[in-house]
Design a protein. Structure first.
Length: 342
C-alpha cells in the first residue's frame, strides 16, 4: 500500500496475492501430495526404530498400509471401547485426516506419530488416537458467570476462526451470491489438487457465503512495485498450503527482492529449523544482505529426527551457533499451522 515506506520485511509462507484477493484460494495445494510421498520415502530412510510403518520392500510398504487404513475408515469407522480414564469412542475417517493435516503442516514431530498411529489402526487398535481425540474436547456446559470477554471462559480457537474469516471475506469480492453448485465445483477442483487437504480447504471460503459486511473502501492490490527496501521471500521447497511457486510469482513483481528456500517439507521455514536459513534471515535484517539466486538451504535434521541434541557429532558448532540453534528449537516447537494456512 505504501511501498516507499517499506523497511526490511521477510515473508515466510507466501500466498498468491492475486488469488487471495479474488477470494478463490485455488493456488495453495499444488505441492501438498508431495509431502505425503516424502513421508513414505523418509519412513524407509529412517528405518524401523524411528518409523513403525517401515518395511524392507521400500516406501511402497508404508504407502500400502497408509492407503489401506484410510480406505477402511472411509467405509467403516473404528469403535474403541472405554479404557483407563477415557470413555468409548468412534474413530472416523475425518479424525484420521485431521492427524494427516497436522503432519502435513509440521512433518518433523508428527511424521513419527502418524506412522505409529497408522500402524496401530492397521491392527484395529484405535486407543491412542481415541485418547488424543478426547483430550481435544472442550467444556460443553460453562458456568452462567462466563461472558464472551473472559479469557478463562472463551474459546481462543473460535475467536481465531472468526477473526480470520472476517478478514478474508472482507478482502475478497462479495461471495453471498455463490450458489451451492459453485461451492461444489470448487470442492471438486481442490480435491483434484489434493485429496488430503482439498475437503478442508474448500470450507475456508464457505463462511463468506453468509458474510454480508462489506468494507467502506475496497482495496485493489498492486502486485508490481518498486519498494524502498527489497523484500525477502521465504519458502520450503514443499509447503502444504503456500507452495514455492507462489513466492516465485510474487518476487517477480517486486524489484530487487530475493527468495530464500530450503529443501524441506512443512508449512513455513520454522517447521524445519535450519541454521543456514536463520543466518541468512539475520544477515538480511542486520545488514540488508540478500541471498544469492538459486541458494538452497538444508534443514538441520530429517522429518523423523528430533532435537539439536541429536545433531550429527561430526558437525561441531560454535557457541554462537549453539545459541542460535536453541532459539530455533524453541521457535519451531512453538510454531503451529493454523486452519487457514496462514
Amino acid at each position: 500500500m505504501h511501498p516507499d515506506r517499506l523497511e526490511r520485511i521477510a515473508l515466510d509462507g507466501v500466498v498468491d496475492a492475486e488469488d487471495y484477493y479474488k477470494g478463490e484460494w485455488l493456488t495453495n495445494l499444488q505441492d501438498t501430495n508431495l509431502i505425503i510421498e516424502r513421508f513414505h520415502e523418509d519412513c524407509y530412510s529412517a528405518g524401523p526404530e524411528k518409523c513403525l510403518l517401515w518395511g524392507s520392500s521400500g516406501p511402497d510398504h508404508s504407502r500400502t498400509i497408509f492407503d489401506r487404513v484410510l480406505n477402511q475408515l472411509e467405509d467403516s469407522p473404528l469403535p474403541v471401547p472405554a479404557f483407563g480414564s477415557f470413555g468409548p469412542e468412534i474413530i472416523t475417517y475425518t479424525d484420521v485426516m485431521t492427524l494427516v493435516r497436522a503432519a502435513l503442516y509440521q512433518p518433523r514431530g508428527w511424521f513419527s506419530i502418524m506412522a505409529r498411529l497408522f500402524a496401530a489402526l492397521d491392527q484395529g487398535n484405535g486407543a491412542e488416537i481415541a485418547a488424543i481425540k478426547q483430550m481435544q474436547f472442550g467444556v460443553i456446559c460453562k458456568s452462567p458467570l462466563c461472558t464472551p470477554w473472559r479469557k478463562d471462559c472463551g474459546d481462543p480457537d473460535l475467536a481465531h476462526l472468526e477473526a480470520g474469516h472476517a478478514i478474508l471475506c472482507s478482502d475478497a469480492p462479495d461471495h453471498t451470491n455463490w450458489t451451492a453448485e459453485r461451492h461444489y465445483e470448487k470442492y471438486l477442483t481442490l480435491m483434484g489438487q489434493s485429496k488430503y487437504l482439498g475437503a478442508a480447504w474448500s470450507e475456508i471460503t464457505m463462511d463468506c457465503a453468509n458474510w454480508h459486511v462489506r468494507p467502506s473502501w475496497e482495496y485493489i492490490p498492486t502486485l508490481e512495485s518498486n519498494t524502498s527496501n527489497p523484500i525477502l521471500w521465504i519458502s520450503n521447497s514443499r509447503d502444504p498450503v503456500t507452495p514455492l511457486r507462489n513466492a516465485v510469482k510474487m518476487a517477480k513483481g517486486f524489484t530487487g527482492s530475493a527468495i530464500l528456500t530450503q529443501d524441506a517439507d512443512g508449512h513455513c521455514s520454522l517447521s524445519a529449523p535450519s541454521l543456514c536459513m536463520a543466518k541468512w534471515i539475520r544477515n538480511y535484517f542486520q545488514d540488508g544482505e540478500l541471498p544469492p539466486e538459486g541458494l538452497m538451504c538444508e534443514p538441520d535434521f530429517g522429518t523423523f529426527d528430533f532435537g539439536y541434541a541429536n545433531f550429527p557429532p561430526a558437525k561441531v558448532m560454535s557457541k554462537e551457533d549453539e545459541e542460535l540453534s536453541e532459539a530455533l528449537e524453541k521457535l519451531s516447537y512453538g510454531f503451529g499451522g493454523g486452519p487457514l494456512g496462514i
